[in-house]
Design a protein around this ligand. Sequence first.
Ligand code: AMP
Ligand code: GLY
Length: 424
Amino acid sequence: MKVLIVGSGGREHAIASSVAKSPKVEKIYCAPGNAGIAQLAECVDIGVMDFDRLVAFAREKEIDFTIVAPDDPLVAGAVDAFEAAGLTAFGPRKNAAILEGSKAFSKDLMKKYNIPTAAYENFESAEEALKYLETADMPIVLKADGLALGKGVLICNTLEEAKEGVKSIMLDKQFGNAGNKLVIEEFMTGREVSVLSFVDGKTIKPMTSAQDHKRAQDGDQGLNTGGMGTFSPSPFYTPEVDAFCKEHIYQATVDAMAAEGREFKGIIFFGLMLTEKGPKVLEYNARFGDPEAQVVLPRMKNDIMEVMQACIDGTLDQVDLQFEDNAAVCVVLASDGYPVKYEKGKKITGLSAFEDQKDYFCFHAGTKQSGEDIVTNGGRVLGITATGKDLVEARKKAYEATEWVSFENKYMRHDIGKAIDEMD
Ligand code: AMP
Ligand code: GLY
């Protein structure tokens, strides 16, 4: 089987590593990929939004199975483009990827089908949003409707801040057209947990839980980023939480999408908050998380190609999804200054330490080959992941391995997975 992976980050490297383990797979291509993925796959320089060229490439190389990993192409209809050409592609079609593509849509869906989430209102005019704020309780949360690189959420402590936020999202278009509509929602408090799941349109199989660290600096300070590290499983995702989510959230979401004529096949990523009143949905994503995939996939026992094929065939009910009884921690090595301003092109050394390791993984996020060297090519550079018998061991090993690689302006958080200590 020939497989094409669309994307270029740490998530795609983790997906490529799982795909490479499948005995069904003879050749992997990745568009556009990065220097780490290039060790497993043939990378081809086609952008993730260039559907015409992606489809032409898949035809020319007789690709059997394409995995579309990032949100932008999914929301814009990449899977539809492959299917229209008679090709097999994994991921939701455009009419289902709207679950991530429009926060107003997902909030309305949850309200209509009684799926627990924060109370909210949708707005299409700044004037109405500003009027609403006058009588709202603070803090309050503003969310640009569309995709905004994970940055379209503002938590506002005062009325002044909230008004400024409405202006910058809806009038100044800080996030472009993503801010044409705005969701204003109740501020909630609690632990956050991510649960990724495979979905075949009818059946949903949740994977093991994970937790992301979104802020740039230790102690959850600084700006929001794509994610500075993750651990899996989350000790806060107890059997009780799991049972509640299975009863009220997971299947309910899949059934709601089907009832709306938007059959969902692919990955649903549930961003959950464990509030005093029970688990609630913070957000849905229509894809693997990055860096959640880097801790969840190394723990998966199944052949990923079999599970993905079952999602496409509608036979996921016959799959026994299993994870190792261990733990994983991923620490992101970033370029100092991320997510605002940072330098690229710095030589990375020490990568060979990860060769032939079983419990240590170095997933490349922003890297590229430059002559003989591998150099930094993004804000998030590498995802250093380790597995261990439990979270404490995995965390220790992951931090040890962060010392194996060097590059100028290397930056990381030092408290990934620290929440684990609070469990003692
Ligand atoms: P989202 O992209 O919707 O997951 O939001 C990004 C982050 O903002 C979440 O991971 C939470 O930390 C925070 N957040 C989003 N919605 C709320 C809310 N209603 N209450 C409190 N925090 C929130
Ligand atoms: N790590 C969060 C995301 O992938 O959206």
